[in-house]
Design a protein around this ligand. Structure first.
Ligand code: HEC
Ligand code: HEC
Ligand code: HEC
Ligand code: HEC
Ligand code: HEC
Length: 309
């Protein structure tokens, strides 16, 4: 508390400019380890640490696929130096094990400041309000294919609105007592969750042409990937009036160019449609970095028939 009074006294005495100089923590502008940011952004650090961005370099799978980091063209997006809208990043020199880290996404060499969505007063390091942070373009340099798909979908919803939702209105710097000098602001989810499609995101129906599945909810391919190999498993059990059953399986993936495009129906032919009693449809997904499949939807569909007399 004593410190707080001293601080207030200093502000009164010298004004904000001087305070910025006194409280500037020089090392924050020298690309420190991500852990250093946790001194004042503990909540955000904890979230990021759980994210796939923090695992982008140490991922066993990435290590294998990049042949133990020997394929140089694979490295920049998994350990970027600086993130700029739409631009493919350059490879970082220091602390590659941190993957896509705080400094890469926020610190700019040109301004020697942390760029972010807000206009803030941040004595420990200069900050700059930069509205690019609220736009999909900031993700586009690395998520290149997904961004192209999103662009084609022509929706207003940004990547951040689904993958960095507002978690709380609270202090974005959480170091006591200094947080008392700041207002509460929307805190965005730095775990960057992939999310999961829900039955509402998929429209399914039976027609004479077959079973149709349409991605109506996710404004990029399902699944989507630049380099990873996520999959969608479709299992359709077709029950016929004569008691016979047939199982149709499809595996969709970005790698085989079969992923469900936004609003574009995907068709599965059903043999002997006239004799179909019902179709039980199950859809599972597997994220690129996971072993297990997860169920997205179970549905029972009946062929449309004119009312019988
Ligand atoms: C000693 C405390 C302290 C440390 C350490 C610190 N920051 Fe900050 N940071 C602040 C304060 C204070 C604010 C302003 C908070 C507010 O006004 O609500 C801030 C705001 C920010 C913002 C928001 C900028 C904007 O304009 O929207 C970003 C981004 C940021 N910091 C990144 C970092 C990164 C990255 C690190 C680690 C390299 C870091 N900070 C380390 C104190 C700190
Ligand atoms: C510097 C490159 C880079 C930038 C910029 C970037 N990402 Fe990523 N992102 C990656 C990499 C690499 C991975 C995969 C990490 C891994 O799993 O090994 C990833 C993973 C993800 C995942 C997890 C996918 C899954 O299967 O769980 C989400 C969600 C994501 N990013 C969203 C975003 C959003 C939203 C933005 C913009 C705010 C963004 N990313 C900006 C490189 C980047
Ligand atoms: C993949 C890029 C990326 C990484 C990695 C990242 N951030 Fe952010 N950060 C963003 C974006 C984008 C926003 C703005 C989101 C919005 O306004 O929609 C943001 C917002 C912020 C803010 C403002 C408060 C908020 O939640 O909007 C702070 C402070 C911040 N980040 C600090 C950090 C720190 C500290 C780390 C590391 C522990 C970090 N960020 C890692 C992209 C990133
Ligand atoms: C309307 C919400 C929404 C928007 C906007 C959106 N996504 Fe997604 N995204 C999702 C959902 C839901 C999933 C999970 C799909 C599933 O079940 O596997 C997903 C999955 C992903 C994945 C994981 C890969 C996979 O397995 O499918 C990445 C990476 C990703 N999105 C990146 C982005 C980027 C980059 C943008 C912006 C260009 C973006 N998303 C825009 C909802 C959204
Ligand atoms: C342009 C940026 C970029 C480059 C270059 C890049 N990646 Fe990635 N990588 C990503 C992004 C973004 C993701 C997140 C999920 C997705 O979209 O596939 C990712 C995810 C992955 C994943 C799945 C996540 C995991 O950890 O299991 C693997 C494996 C991977 N990349 C391997 C590679 C390999 C191998 C190369 C070189 C041939 C490479 N990457 C080059 C951006 C890039």
């Amino acid at each position: 508390m004593k410190f707080l009074f001293l601080f207030l006294f200093l502000v009164a005495l010298t004004g904000c400019e001087k305070i910025n100089e006194i409280f500037l923590e020089e090392d924050l502008l020298q690309r420190p380890p991500a852990k250093r940011c946790a001194d004042c952004h503990a909540e955000i650090y904890k979230a990021w640490k759980e994210s796939r961005h923090a695992k982008a370099w140490i991922s066993e799978h990435f290590k294998q696929e990049s042949e133990n980091y020997s394929k140089l063209k694979c490295l920049p997006c998994h350990a970027p130096h600086q993130v700029d809208p739409l631009e493919k990043p350059l490879l970082r020199v220091e602390r590659r094990h941190e993957g896509v880290n705080c400094v890469a996404c926020h610190f700019k060499e040109e301004t020697k400041a942390m760029h972010g969505p807000y206009k803030v007063w941040s004595p420990p390091h200069p900050s700059k309000e930069d509205k690019n942070y609220t736009k999909s373009e900031i993700c586009a340099g690395c998520h290149r294919k997904t961004y192209k798909e999103w662009k084609l979908a022509r929706v207003q919803t940004t990547c951040q609105q689904c993958h960095m939702k507002v978690k709380d209105i609270t202090w974005i710097m959480d170091k006591f007592p200094f947080l008392l000098f700041h207002t509460r602001k929307p805190l965005h989810d730095h775990t960057f969750p992939a999310g999961k499609a829900t039955p509402k995101d998929l429209k399914t129906f039976l027609t004479e042409e077959g079973l149709k599945i349409v991605n109506v909810g996710i404004p990029h391919n399902l699944p989507t990937a630049d380099q990873g190999n996520p999959k969608l498993y479709i299992i359709a059990e077709v029950y016929y009036q004569n008691g016979k059953k047939r199982v149709i399986r499809k595996i969709l993936s970005p790698q085989s160019n079969t992923a469900l495009r936004y609003l574009e129906p995907y068709n599965i032919k059903i043999p002997k449609y006239e004799e179909v009693e019902k179709v039980v449809l199950k859809i599972y997904r597997r994220l690129a970095w996971k072993k297990e499949r997860e169920l997205i939807l179970v549905d029972e569909l009946k062929p449309f028939k004119l009312a019988e007399k």
